[in-house]
Design a binder for this molecule. Structure first.
Ligand code: LLP
Length: 425
């Protein structure tokens, strides 16, 4: 468990048979890979934190089969919307095991969550605190956590950076917003239990998260000294990255926990605090456990100046994986139908815009229509960010078990579903 596990890949025969049975594009998740990573988090947390709580950030992939699996491994479910709470409930997760995040929760969202008996609400603004004060009667066993902004640049893509000073998320520790929010929560007798931060996503090293953990530990001690509030929970968020290409290296789950513990625990101990440490990984549990299969639809060589460029069009695109378009994300692509001498091509999607899914990847020069391509590390933020752009149907998701059997987790969308919201003739 201490080692960094293998990135999941299908065998060519299995991929070809799945693509025939379920069609393409097809998301495939390996359950053993997910279980392995869940257990690595549990073992590492057990080793480095006296008490801990683990949640899965379901925005990474909220297929109900996956939520059930991760929950059966002892993870709570972090939900960022009523929809994600509903997905968790459908998956057999009790509301008390769900945590509710978000910087724009409506009164209706909060009423829904409280009615279900949500375990924790991670509060993001004074307006949300005011709403909760109004809803105090229905708070019941729900506990309140304040999201803080540690004010440190996480050094990842700007779209997925959240813990820096200029952020819409949380209460800035500087210049005193966080302590003020703590005071207001206590004054209003809201059941505050602690603090949360999430620095950003796809962080290949844990040093920034560890730095933020020490800033939060110092803040928790400050809250004890100034307000007499003893935090019983500190949540260090998610963010640990995944390997998308050969050049990516990532901190192991064990090292991640060791670094967080080493930077926060001594401060907490000397400040007389012994909070439970919470983590809420998304990507690092599921990204490398998933692949996407596509079928080649066309291969075209174009002339550029005196040279040429080859486009390989597949039967998916930015509607099943928006990450290249949104973040310039890179991936590893394999041809499972044939091998042979490779050359550089651009794999593009079939949407009516540039839709360069995987630019400059190496594929066999004989790659041809009908070949099955496998794209690695697509288990996170693929299906969960999928759309119906150009009225394409969202792909199915299949789960492989340890014995090699497969289960359908999500059907491919149907034409009826695609038009089910239309009210005009
Ligand atoms: N906790 C909170 C409060 C979060 O906002 C997130 C992710 C996580 C945990 C989990 O982060 P992870 O461990 O997955 O890095 N769509 C983007 C990623 C957005 C992440 C948003 N928040 C992408 O495809 O790269």
């Amino acid at each position: 468990l201490e080692q960094i596990p293998e990135i999941f890949r299908l065998s060519a025969p299995q991929a070809l048979s799945l693509s025939q049975e379920f069609g393409t594009p097809l998301y495939v998740m390996d359950q053993l890979s997910v279980i392995h990573r869940c257990r690595a988090y549990k073992a590492a947390a057990k080793q480095y934190f006296p008490e801990f709580e683990l949640s899965y950030a379901s925005k990474a992939n909220s297929a109900c089969g996956l939520l059930t699996l991760v929950h059966s491994e002892g993870f709570h479910i972090d939900c960022a919307s009523e929809g994600e709470i509903r997905a968790a409930l459908r998956s057999g997760v009790r509301a008390e095991h769900c945590r509710f995040h978000g910087n724009g929760k409506s009164r209706l969202d909060l009423e829904f969550a409280l009615k279900q008996g949500i375990g924790q609400i991670i509060v993001d603004s004074l307006d949300e605190l005011a709403l909760l004060r109004e809803l105090r009667e229905s708070i019941g066993e729900t506990r309140i956590v304040l999201r803080l902004a540690p004010g440190i640049e996480p050094g990842t893509h700007a779209h997925i950076s959240t813990g820096q000073q200029d952020t819409k998320f949380g209460f800035g520790i500087e210049p005193g917003f966080a302590i003020e929010a703590t005071r207001i929560a206590l004054e209003n007798k809201l059941p505050l239990i602690g603090f949360h931060f999430h620095m950003g996503s796809q962080l290949m090293s844990s040093s920034i998260t560890a730095q933020a953990a020490s800033v939060m530990a110092e803040f928790a001690v400050e809250a004890k000294n100034k307000l007499g509030f003893c935090a019983e929970l500190l949540n260090f968020g998610g963010g640990l990255g995944a390997r998308y290409t050969d050049s990516d290296t990532v901190t192991s789950i064990f090292e991640h926990c060791r670094l967080l513990s080493a930077s926060a625990l001594p401060i907490l101990r000397s400040g007389g605090l012994k909070p439970r440490i919470a983590l809420e990984p998304g990507r690092s549990l599921v990204a490398e456990a998933g692949v996407t299969l596509y079928r080649v639809m066309a291969v075209k060589t174009i002339a550029i100046g005196t040279g040429t460029k080859r486009y390989v069009t597949v039967d998916g695109g930015m509607s099943d994986n928006v990450r290249p378009a949104l973040y310039g994300a890179k991936y590893t692509v394999k041809n499972l139908t044939r091998g042979g001498h490779e050359h550089t091509v651009t794999v593009c999607g079939r949407h009516c815009e540039t839709d360069e899914l995987f630019p400059n990847v190496e594929l066999p020069s004989e790659t041809a229509v009908g070949d099955i391509l496998e794209v690695l590390t697509t288990g996170a933020y693929g299906a969960s960010m999928a759309s119906n752009y150009n009225r394409f149907l969202r792909p199915a998701m299949v789960a492989i078990s340890g014995s090699g059997d497969h289960t359908l987790w999500q059907r491919r969308e149907s034409w009826e579903e695609l038009f089910s919201r239309e009210v005009a003739p």
